[in-house]
Design a binder for this molecule. Structure first.
Ligand code: C2O
Ligand code: CU
Ligand code: CU
Length: 437
């Protein structure tokens, strides 16, 4: 395969966007489109993206799931914000195939809510041959009657900080309840990305079976048949669907999931699928998609604990904590030293834990091995639960982070920075790192 350099330009700006015939919003996003353009490349390519900021405030762009150098990670620790009128050039290689995404990593509870995200699809020769591929970016917006993003009174804001912001305008690729036409007799690959602030998306196709083929970090070993799968904010899941019968109709829906908030779980519909004429299929799905080498044995000792919790706060009513701190600084890790972490959630609500820049494997969830091995960068922690994960800091020293991907929880403190240290060089920054928010 020929390796190439792929070049994109993204201009962040405010623009009018129609969510439906009735609803038009002042969106913030890329290239006047919501989501931003699909960035497509092949495994091994070098991606160059020039980001121009035409918003009235600074921004930073993060490349969720890409194993890139720390300096390109797009956080307040790794770069200066891109000021209004300025631009920044991101440049990195794409070492993995899979479904990734880019999004604002600055004032996220506003910027992402208003639409600053897009998908980044990295293809590979190993990808199974399908008849059609679609990317579905899941989102929701909480809009006023005037279709703006104004926040409510003190109590509403407090609830939003506690629960994360969920709204009733349910979107797939920036559209409210779109109709999607597919052909009968075909096998399609659907790549789901949950780009919402806080919504838990429990994917269901009104009972139609599908096959899970990939998670955050690309293909799993073998297709897994399912009729539902939970996709939390930040997570990705690729499924194979079909072949469907001619004239079949169904909805892409989310089943009720109780993440223990004030918000009541509901069944909700995101899109309508209409199956048209029969078409010949060229799909070919191997029984084995790829081989994933285990990073560690389940019995290996834990070398770090990360505790997610909530606690009372005099100033804010409630704080969201990592190891009892808000906006924490965790100990450094060394290049080449296998990490076995236990991430626990002692709170009474769910949190999707996200690690920047590296994939991990789940060894155990509450002491039980997962059903299948996969590469993850975001994993849900149900109330009073824990996961044991393994990951390897490869030679990409610098400041990295992990956080809860419910944007309001991240903002309220449930995050930590830590350094990956090349032992030959030593720590770059001694002492406290400062988080910018
Ligand atoms: Cu989607 Cu800090 O990440
Ligand atoms: Cu959280
Ligand atoms: Cu942060």
């Amino acid at each position: 395969m020929q390796l190439t350099t792929v070049y994109y330009e993204l201009t962040a700006a405010e623009f009018n966007w129609k969510l439906s015939e009735e609803k038009e919003i002042k969106a913030w996003g890329f290239n006047n489109s919501l989501p931003g353009p699909v960035i497509k490349a092949k495994k091994g390519d070098t991606l160059i993206v020039k980001v121009k900021n035409e918003l009235p405030e600074p921004t930073i762009i993060h490349w969720h799931g890409i194993r890139l150098p720390a300096s390109m990670d797009g956080t307040g620790e790794s770069q200066k914000p891109i000021m209004p009128g300025e631009e920044f050039i991101y440049r990195f290689e794409l070492p993995d195939a899979g479904t990734f995404w880019y999004h604002s990593h600055h004032n996220e509870t506003i910027q992402m809510e208003r639409g600053m995200y897009g998908s980044l699809i990295v293809e590979d020769e190993l990808d199974p041959m399908v008849d059609e591929e679609r990317v579905f970016m899941i989102d929701d917006m909480k809009l006023t009657k005037e279709n703006d993003f104004t926040r409510g009174n003190f109590f509403k804001r407090w609830a939003e900080r506690h629960d994360g912001r969920e709204g009733d305008t349910l979107l797939i690729n920036g559209k409210e309840l779109p109709t999607i036409n597919v052909n009968a007799g075909q096998t399609e690959r659907w790549r789901f990305i949950n780009s919402s602030s806080a919504r838990y998306f429990l994917l269901h196709l009104q009972g139609r079976k599908f096959k899970i083929i990939a998670t955050d970090g690309g293909l799993i070993e073998e297709p897994v048949e399912a009729s539902r799968i939970l996709i939390t904010p930040g997570e990705r899941v690729d499924i194979l669907v079909g072949p469907f019968e001619e004239d079949d109709q169904f909805e892409i829906e989310s089943l009720p999931y109780n993440r223990m908030t004030f918000l009541k779980p509901k069944r909700q519909s995101f899109a309508k699928i209409v199956v048209g004429k029969q078409k010949a299929s060229k799909a070919s799905i191997p029984a084995q998609l790829r081989k994933i080498t285990p990073l560690a044995d389940r019995s290996m000792p834990i070398n770090r604990n990360v505790k997610l919790s909530v606690g009372p706060s005099l100033k804010n009513g409630i704080d969201f904590l990592v190891n009892n701190e808000i906006h924490a600084n965790d100990k450094p890790v060394h290049v080449g030293e296998l990490q076995i972490w236990e991430v626990s959630n002692t709170s009474m609500m769910d949190h999707p834990f996200h690690l920047h820049g590296f994939f991990f494997q789940v060894l155990e969830r509450n002491g039980v091995a997962p059903e299948y091995i996969s590469w993850k960068d975001t994993i849900n922690l149900a109330p009073k639960s824990k996961v044991k994960i393994a990951w390897m800091p490869d030679n990409r020293p610098g400041i990295w982070m992990y956080h809860c991907h419910i944007l309001e929880h991240h903002e309220a403190g449930m995050m930590a920075n830590f350094e990956v240290v090349d032992p030959a060089v030593g720590e770059l920054h001694k002492g406290q790192h400062h988080h910018c928010h």
